[in-house]
Design a protein around this ligand. Structure first.
Ligand SMILES: N[C@@H](CCC(=O)N[C@@H](CS)C(=O)NCC(=O)O)C(=O)O
Length: 229
């Protein structure tokens, strides 16, 4: 049976940018299971109505339907235990859940201010009104106003990344000697930035930059060549 990953796409159906969708794609690749992907625009929620909720990623596997990137990671680990592990042991899983929370809430809050207009430019024309209305309601200001001070958000991101730098000071990956779901969480979030068009958000002498290059190479089979280069 084929596993299908439903993920957000830009106007160009091949352009996938959403961070939580990236996490699930990287997790599927890490688990070495066969899967296909189904691109979805923001205004095509009927494509994954089977999940009975409005957000992506969604994974279908035979008669199973799983939504939410963290639920998907756990499902893959529990269902395919013989395949490469996303969490080496129970302790690694607890740490991955906390790292996932940190990436999704603390770190990620700085990113829309850096890329939101890039995102607006790459999404489908039919999505633009939905995107503007929902995001402006959430931000409490216009996209243009919110994007006016990218340096402030880049600075915020750099400051938060200090926690990740400390973790990487003594190991090659957040997972230790090999990548695990913690590496996937941060890589998925960096791919959100890179897929939207902004590539230079790290200094080349930053320990995070060396890690980013390493994981881009490790997961290169599912990442566009232009980003890996
Ligand atoms: N906690 C969820 C968050 C899912 C989420 O926010 N998905 C975004 C894309 S990354 C989405 O589907 N947005 C569609 C919309 O805003 O209508 C997860 O980790 O999967």
């Amino acid at each position: 049976m084929t596993i299908t990953l439903y993920e957000l796409s830009g106007a160009d159906r091949n352009l996938r940018f959403a961070p939580h969708c990236w996490k699930s794609k990287l997790a599927l690749h890490h688990k070495q299971v066969n899967f296909k992907t189904e691109p979805v625009w923001f205004t095509e929620k009927e494509k994954f109505a089977v999940s009975e909720q409005p957000l992506l990623p969604v994974v279908t596997d035979s008669d199973k339907v799983i939504s939410d990137s963290w639920e998907i990671a756990q499902y893959l680990e529990d269902t395919y235990p013989q395949n490469p592990s996303l969490f080496a042991n129970d302790e690694a899983k607890v740490q991955a859940e906390s790292f996932h929370q940190w990436v999704s809430t603390v770190l990620s809050k700085h990113i829309p201010g850096i890329i939101i207009l890039d995102l607006f430019n790459i999404i489908a024309d039919q999505d633009k009104e939905y995107f503007r209305t929902t995001r402006e309601a959430r931000l409490g200001t216009s996209l243009e106003e919110f994007a006016a001070t990218p340096e402030k958000h880049i600075q915020g991101l750099q400051t938060e990344l200090q926690y990740a730098r400390e973790l990487l000071a003594s190991q090659r990956y957040f997972g230790g000697e090999i990548p695990d779901y913690r590496d996937i969480c941060l890589l998925g979030t960096f791919l959100w930035i890179a897929s939207s068009g902004t590539t230079d958000f790290l200094e080349k002498d930053d320990i995070i930059y060396a890690w980013y290059k390493r994981v881009l190479n490790d997961y290169r089979e599912v990442i566009p060549a232009a980003i890996v280069a």
